[in-house]
Design a protein around this ligand. Structure first.
Ligand code: UDP
Length: 235
């Protein structure tokens, strides 16, 4: 396998499936199946999950809500998604721990780096909920931060498009996909991979990001096996 320890970032919206809101149990079960395939190969898997399928702080703020209050709601939404994903992973037979950046001791473990790494070494999937624990950040930033902390080899950003394109492929049919691109070129060309805070943190720490289509069965396993799936952003 090409990677030993990965950080998989899944957006909250990915969990909606074809719904407008919330969690689609079938999509969740599909993801758990994909994750099991790589865990069975001995790959250590950590996951950061978003909350956009339930609540986003900016959306609350645009309706007059206090931004920090809204961000707290968004972070709690990621914990809800984390619990759902943990449940699906355990149904698929994967031992899983949920660690949160905001302490909810009756529900999940607090984030403790050494403990997280120990779980991974023992073959448990670790889901990080609650984002970074701070308002004004995103779960992309949480994904990069946790990936660096646990010394992951790579961030795999699972999306519904199969990589980074010269333009939005859903709007421009002449758009072409990059197999590889440098951090600098992403910034120079103004391409959207992650928000700037998250992207810069990854660049500064030389942590590669692979954007790939998580909804195509088998893609995650192929990626881990070294196949050229998606787009790799590297130094
Ligand atoms: N959030 C936050 N701090 C963090 C991570 C998330 O305040 O470190 C809040 C923020 O309101 C955000 C929401 O949680 O809009 C959901 O996270 P995100 O938008 O990153 O989820 P995704 O787009 O990946 O579903």
């Amino acid at each position: 396998m090409k990677y030993n320890r990965i950080l998989l970032k899944l957006s909250g919206e990915a969990l909606m499936g074809d719904r407008q809101y919330g969690i689609d149990p079938e999509r969740l079960a599909d993801y758990a199946k994909e994750i099991k395939q790589v865990v069975d190969q001995g790959v250590q898997v950590a996951i950061v999950i978003g909350g956009g399928n339930i609540f986003r702080g900016v959306a609350g703020a645009s309706n007059g809500m206090d931004r920090v209050q809204g961000d707290h709601m968004g972070m709690l939404a990621t914990v809800i998604n984390g619990l759902a994903l943990q449940s699906a992973c355990e149904d698929a037979g994967i031992p899983t721990r949920l660690q949160t950046a905001i302490q909810i001791n009756e529900v999940a473990e607090p984030f403790i780096r050494r403990k997280a790494m120990r779980h991974l070494e023992k073959g448990r999937v670790v889901i990080f909920g609650g984002g970074t624990g701070n308002p004004y950040f995103t779960t992309d930033s949480a994904a990069v931060l946790r990936a660096i902390e646990i010394e992951a080899d790579v961030i795999l950003k699972g999306t519904r498009v199969d990589g980074i394109y010269t333009a939005d492929p859903e709007k421009d049919s002449s758009a072409t996909k990059f197999d590889f691109i440098s951090f600098e070129d992403v910034l120079r060309k103004g391409l959207k991979v992650m928000d700037t805070t998250a992207f810069t943190l990854s660049q500064e720490n030389e942590l590669p990001i692979i954007v790939f289509d998580m909804n195509t069965p088998g893609n995650l396993l192929k990626l881990i096996g070294g196949e050229a799936i998606g787009t790799k952003v590297q130094i």
